[in-house]
Design a protein around this ligand. Structure first.
Ligand SMILES: [Zn+2]
Length: 299
């Protein structure tokens, strides 16, 4: 079965340096290498070297294509470089904060870069509502560029920050799928991806998806949020999501991010086993693992 991964983070040199600056202040003291050592992760090198590392990793696991997320505002250039070098393997996503000064201009510039197909919102981290007028403006930009909007809802923790001992000032109330539905409903032709099945706001995410046929879920990560719902299993989650959204609106993702861990084969294996267990038809599985990705981002 062909596998495309709709959710991988591209932790570039600039991403590591920004963490270092935040923790240690002086730029000179916070090289990507020193931050990588502190995290116990591999240093990323230059974007083209990291892109090469990803290609080899995807080859090793027979993953055909991957979405690479520029994981902090302003780092879209790093992913654009990776995509330009390997356009048949990578699709560019980037994090944007439309509520920051100049944020929407940054989104516009990012969407104009070659290979950038999706803009990612983290409202709980950046503290704005998903029905805010600036989010509406962002959807307008996505519509103009034929891009997809990724909106993180529900529980949010950022492993790199936790490991560095950096506070993550999230306000989880902003990650409300029902607020997203208000905006998504105005832009039926802008596809939306809600990662991790709504990340704990599963019921609300299902309601939002029922109301808005443009809303997709990604299946990514170990979906640790299921611990917030008594007796819920990941098999139940897949069954329910298939019942409400159908197989055309689920996209596989692993939420892979750092090396040496690399591609999270275990996430793929667990989800494949669950889809087998619940009797998901081959055609539906093909859509989840590659077909829907191709519809959203091109064959
Ligand atoms: Zn992620």
């Amino acid at each position: 079965m062909i596998v495309h991964d709709s959710h991988c983070h591209f932790f570039s040199r600039r991403f590591f340096e920004a963490l270092g600056r935040e923790k240690h202040g002086l730029v000179g003291d916070a090289t990507a290498e020193s931050v990588a050592r502190e995290l116990g992760w591999e240093a990323p090198g230059e974007p083209l070297a990291l892109a090469r590392r990803w290609v080899e990793e995807l080859d090793r696991h027979k993953v055909s294509r991957a979405a690479l997320i520029a994981s902090m505002p302003g780092d879209e250039g790093s992913v654009a470089e990776a995509v330009a070098a390997h356009p048949d393997r990578f699709t560019g996503f980037f994090v944007n904060n439309p509520a920051a000064p100049g944020g929407l201009d940054q989104a516009q510039r990012g969407l104009a870069l070659g290979g950038m197909r999706c803009v990612c919102l983290f409202p709980a981290m950046h503290r704005y509502r998903l029905d805010d007028e600036r989010v509406v403006r962002l959807f307008e930009l996505a519509a103009e560029h034929g891009a997809v909007v990724f909106a993180h809802c529900g529980y949010l923790s950022i492993e790199a920050r936790t490991r560095m001992g950096l506070p993550t000032m999230v306000d989880l109330r902003f990650g409300d799928p029902l607020a997203l539905a208000v905006t998504a409903g105005r832009f039926p032709h802008v596809p939306v991806i809600v990662p991790h099945f709504g990340g704990g706001f599963f019921r609300e995410a299902l309601m939002a998806a029922e109301a808005c046929p443009s809303i997709h879920f990604d299946t990514s990560s170990s979906n640790g949020w299921i611990k917030f719902v008594p007796d819920l299993t990941l098999a139940d989650v897949f069954r329910r999501a298939l019942a409400v959204l159908g197989p055309n609106r689920l996209v596989f993702g692993s939420d892979s991010s750092f090396f040496p861990r690399g591609w999270r084969k275990v996430v793929h294996g667990a989800q494949q086993a669950i889809l087998d267990e619940i009797g998901c038809e081959d055609d539906a599985c093909r859509k989840i693992f590659s077909g829907n990705f191709e519809r959203l981002f091109g064959a």
